[in-house]
Design a protein. Structure first.
Length: 202
């Protein structure tokens, strides 16, 4: 019961208001894989937004770049940029993934402003072999570096499907640490995903 209450409080404590956040794309496309879904693997730690290769990706708020790297292997993020933002409820980190190998001038330690272009959507050849789209993840707390959760890097796109946790305790911890980007941006109302202590993807 305490865990359910904790997660409920986490879900309704969205940092400030939707008006305080800038959309990451100039034209918000369809949501093709929502937060915490099991469309490909369980559980998805972000929101996938359909976009065209070359579209600019923008900082959702003022912040400091804490990671910017490109990996071109299939199944990867392509370029991923992580920015730490300060809010009235403490820091959060935004993760933008599947960006182009080129077209990003921001560096670790740079201060970026809300709405600033930080990169561009990548083609299949440079975004991890995916249909062009933006993965937007929102993690609670300051940047955690190489920390892991449930056997995966904290900022991986999914929880580890091979992690053995029959009680779901570890996955509850993960859910505590992430915010649905659609909820943060005001695209949908907050939603509770814990029912009778069992995590559900819907």
């Amino acid at each position: 019961m305490q865990r359910i209450i904790a997660v409920l409080l986490a879900l309704i404590s969205i940092p400030e208001t939707a008006q305080a956040w800038h959309m990451p794309l100039d034209r918000m496309g369809a949501i093709t894989n929502p937060f915490w879904s099991c469309n490909l693997n369980c559980y998805h730690l972000g929101t996938d937004i359909l976009a065209n290769a070359g579209e600019p990706v923008r900082a959702i708020r003022d912040g400091v770049v804490v990671k910017n790297e490109w990996k071109g292997n299939c199944g990867s993020y392509g370029r991923r940029i992580l920015i730490e933002h300060q809010t009235d409820n403490g820091p959060i980190v935004s993760l933008t993934g599947h960006l182009s190998q080129h077209g990003s001038d921001v560096r670790v330690g740079d201060r970026v402003t809300e709405g600033q272009e930080i990169g561009r959507i990548g083609t299949r050849n440079e975004n991890g072999c995916w249909v062009p789209h933006l993965h937007l993840g929102i993690s609670r707390g300051a940047y955690r570096g190489n920390a892991t959760e449930c056997g995966n890097w904290h900022y991986a796109g999914y929880t580890n499907p091979n992690h053995n946790d029959p009680s779901h305790h570890c996955y509850c911890e993960v859910l505590d640490n992430w915010i649905d980007a659609e909820e943060l941006l005001g695209l949908k109302p907050a939603d509770l995903r814990i029912i009778d202590a069992t995590i559900t993807p819907e």
